[in-house]
Design a protein. Structure first.
Length: 161
């Protein structure tokens, strides 16, 4: 009898675990504004090595993350990422082709993308990896930019508006 109760308890836990995990995902929805004072120096201003938008608007559903980012001197960029890691097309400025994927990794969202464009040096391909994490009304994005085998990583901090 005791064995039967233990087996029933394990079966119930296994049935509830996926729902509990899905509910534990943070909600990144909202309008996020770049906070230069909380971010490290050198990531804002003219020609930073790794660009961050001034504002990000996010709408999240259980299966999608819709992201629209804008900056004063850049064309807006938007995408509707499938949270299962499927590849999607990112709406980028003319002359730039970009694809990306997004997935949850515990309490963070990981977005990877590949951007390609023609330049005076020829065809240029840049890979990005963003790790988004929330702490209250603060969004931190750690972004790694890889081009020609060289990678650099910086973080930016955003406040929910």
């Amino acid at each position: 009898m005791k064995r039967m109760v233990i087996m029933l308890g394990v079966a119930l836990m296994l049935g509830v675990a996926p729902e509990a995990l899905a509910q534990a995902r943070p909600d990144f929805s909202g309008t996020w504004r770049f906070n230069q004072g909380k971010s490290p120096p050198g990531i804002a201003g003219n020609t930073p090595n790794i660009p961050f938008p001034s504002q990000i608007v996010v709408t999240q559903t259980p299966t999608e993350l819709q992201v629209a980012s804008s900056s004063l001197r850049q064309q807006p960029i938007s995408a509707v990422y499938k949270l299962d890691g499927s590849k999607v097309t990112v709406q980028a400025p003319p002359g730039i082709s970009e694809t990306g994927e997004a997935r949850f990794d515990g309490a963070t969202v990981v977005i990877t993308s590949r951007r390609s464009f023609s330049s005076p040096a020829g065809e240029t391909v840049v890979d990005f990896k963003e790790i988004w994490s929330l702490s209250g009304n603060v969004l931190t994005i750690e972004k790694t930019r890889t081009e020609s085998g060289e990678a650099s990583t910086v973080k930016a901090v955003y406040d929910r508006m």
